[in-house]
Design a protein. Structure first.
Length: 229
């Protein structure tokens, strides 16, 4: 039965990719090798969202194949991706891996798969079919690229929250209030972040240092914009 659904082109897929040739090639692969129907071809995620708002529900996609970076615009907002996933849309990231930190942030939105632009057309087709059947997809090579970052310390959830809030400009007292702990506990989290950065050879003594580190490592989505876990 599942294979028959692919043969009949039952599944609907949308593509977000700002390069026209890549967009056309992706559509060809999805149609010819994955057996799905492409119902929307958009240059950016905001363009896709605008299309969804006006398109009949019967044409809404089951899956979005999403490029994260746009040459002439901002990168994809991970929180927008998280809202799409919560709405029931399956998402596969199709990335050139120019920013592993951005891919890591989007993975936290519970996307179903990651495909590299250096992967084969068959890999993309298999990823799409696997995700539409309820599975997840990531090659060992892609997992290694995303995970391999020895200069990025491993922070606890509370340390990460403290870093994001403090690096965004809040005082230690305000960080404590947002997290729901005492000031001394919030300070302990921030000091712990500094120590962990020092262990990987990166000194972050000041709030400005922490701000720059948070951006570099993907804890802040963009300059001046915090992603609060």
């Amino acid at each position: 039965m599942p294979d028959d659904m692919f043969r009949r082109g039952y599944y609907r897929v949308a593509i977000v990719e700002d390069h026209a040739l890549q967009r056309e090639r992706t559509e060809e692969v999805l149609h010819e090798r994955a057996g799905v129907r492409v119902v929307a071809r958009c240059e950016t995620l905001p363009q896709f969202l605008a299309w969804v708002r006006t398109a009949p529900s019967a044409t809404h996609p089951h899956l979005l194949v999403l490029d994260l970076s746009v040459d002439r615009g901002p990168d994809v907002d991970p929180e927008v991706v998280a809202r799409l996933v919560r709405s029931g849309l399956k998402v596969i990231v199709l990335s050139a891996m120019a920013s592993p930190a951005l891919v890591r942030r989007v993975l936290r939105a519970n996307v179903s798969g990651v495909v590299g632009k250096r992967d084969s057309a068959d890999d993309l087709a298999r990823a799409v079919r696997t995700v539409l059947m309820g599975g997840e997809w990531m090659t060992a090579e892609m997992a290694s690229v995303i995970a391999h970052d020895p200069a990025r310390p491993s922070l606890s959830d509370q340390e990460e929250r403290a870093l994001v809030l403090y690096a965004s400009g809040l005082t230690t007292e305000a960080v404590a209030a947002r997290i729901g702990v005492k000031r001394d506990t919030a300070k302990k989290y921030i000091d712990g972040v500094k120590r962990k950065y020092a262990t990987v050879g990166r000194e972050v003594r000041t709030k400005t240092d922490l701000y720059r580190a948070a951006i570099a490592d993907g804890y802040l989505d963009a300059p001046g914009t915090a992603r609060v876990p």
